[in-house]
Design a protein around this ligand. Structure first.
Ligand code: FIX
Ligand code: ZN
Length: 416
């Protein structure tokens, strides 16, 4: 392929990827109507838990002293150690700077005071519009936990009406904390007992149906530890088998499993204290094989699980692999994993989600990911063209539309 052909192809791919409006299939964002549950602004960016973990590698500060600081004081400490006293080339630091740059601020000035003044006087409503426009986001799927008192109240009051924010019904506290969840279910009028007898199963299904319908949930989701096993006679596995999967099938909605988290490996770091472990792909194989009418969205946290997850997706059409999650959301790993997925799965994959916890992160997380995914796509289309199969611009835009949302929504609606 001549240079000009390669350049033409690259231009077609890069513009398609840059211009596509994304469905972000997993975030921790909320609509403005949810008040301060939606985090935004430069101090929230700088105190993102990824940066909290990193600052303790430099700052001689106790955990208690850090957590006793105001958000601004925490941001000042992080800015000093991770940006001023050490070059901020780590991915989470770089992300802060990319966001400021895309917003049109003078990153070279290194003036945190000026960046803070940029946000003064902004309303969250106008800023949500700005970020969605700049990051080219069509919709985000939230993480919605009916066991979170604040969130529970907002849903019961009917607060969520912004179509850009779709619900993901998160069932971690049910599945991973059954003993603690039971009394709360009873308090809410769902008569559940200790064992998993029929009346309890029926009431848990009613609870899930009530909330999935109230939220108009796009999927039910859970994060799972590296030792997640299925089948097994644990409360979690029985609740998945008897309650979650029947409800997902009745609603024709996927069950999203995010596997490989070691919660609070360092509890002093709070949200920043979670770690990673290689999980057993056998559990996913068993679920996909035993429940062919259910749909499974799966992402795994360990790099070592990525290849076998791709192979599992080749075996079972009812699994859709998504995202380079958390500790994998770094350019080198996004490239490695995306190349592997395109080679093993073609376009039948959701290459990325942002996991954004702070609204402004949509800007950098998607700016960085689009660049890497476009580079991999350029290579793949160039390989195609080298055989004589020249992809048209329309085909490239079609494929890119699927990668950044189309395949996800088709899977959500598909009847297996
Ligand atoms: O379970 C999850 O949704 C994880 O993504 C979060 O718990 C995690 O803290 C995160 O935001 C990673 O990016
Ligand atoms: Zn998340």
């Amino acid at each position: 392929m001549g240079m000009s052909e390669r350049e033409t192809l690259k231009e077609a791919v890069c513009s398609a990827v840059a211009e596509v409006e994304v469905t972000d299939v997993h975030t921790h964002l909320y609509p403005p109507s949810f008040g301060d549950m939606l985090l935004w602004g430069v101090d929230e960016l700088i105190t993102y838990h990824y940066l909290v973990a990193e600052v303790f590698r430099y700052a001689e500060v106790s955990y208690d002293d850090f957590w006793g600081m105001s958000k601004r004081e925490q941001a000042d400490l992080i800015w000093r150690h991770l940006f001023e006293e050490n070059s901020p080339y780590g991915e989470a630091c770089r992300g802060v700077l990319t966001t400021l740059q895309v917003l049109g601020l003078d990153v070279g000035a290194r003036d945190l005071g000026a960046y803070r003044r940029f946000f003064e006087g902004k309303t969250v409503e106008e800023y949500v519009d700005r970020v969605f426009e700049v990051a080219r986001i069509k919709q985000v799927v939230m993480t919605n936990d009916p066991f979170d008192e604040r969130e529970r109240e907002l849903w019961l009051e009917g607060e969520q009406r912004d179509p850009r924010f779709r619900a993901g019904l998160r069932v971690d506290q049910l599945l991973n904390g059954w003993e603690q969840a039971r009394p709360r279910l009873n308090e809410w009028g769902y008569g559940v007992g200790e064992g998993m007898r029929a009346p309890t199963v029926k009431e848990v299904r009613r609870f899930l149906l009530d909330w999935a319908r109230r939220m108009e949930a796009v999927y039910l989701a859970v994060s799972l530890p590296p030792d997640f096993a299925f089948p097994e006679e644990s409360a979690r596995a029985i609740l998945i088998r008897e309650c979650v999967l029947p409800v997902c099938e009745e609603l024709n909605r996927p069950f999203a499993m995010m596997i490989g988290v070691k919660k609070r490996m360092n509890p002093e770091l709070r949200d920043a204290g979670d770690s990673v472990g290689k999980a057993d792909i056998g559990a996913i194989e068993q679920l996909c094989a035993q429940y062919p009418k259910n749909k499974f969205l799966v992402t795994m946290l360990a790099r070592e699980n990525q290849h076998e997850l791709c192979v599992t997706a080749r075996k079972f059409p009812n699994v859709l692999v998504f995202g380079c999650w958390w500790f994998l959301n770094n350019p080198s790993l996004v490239e490695e994993i995306t190349r592997m997925r395109f080679e093993l799965l073609g376009g039948s994959v959701v290459p990325q989600h942002s996991d954004a916890r702070v609204l402004d992160q949509l800007i950098y997380k998607w700016h960085h990911s689009r660049k890497v995914i476009a580079e991999v796509l350029c290579d793949k289309y160039a390989d195609l063209a080298a055989t004589g199969w020249a992809p048209t611009e329309a085909e490239i835009r079609r494929d890119v539309g699927k990668l950044f949302g189309g395949t996800f929504w088709e899977f959500v609606e598909r009847v297996m």
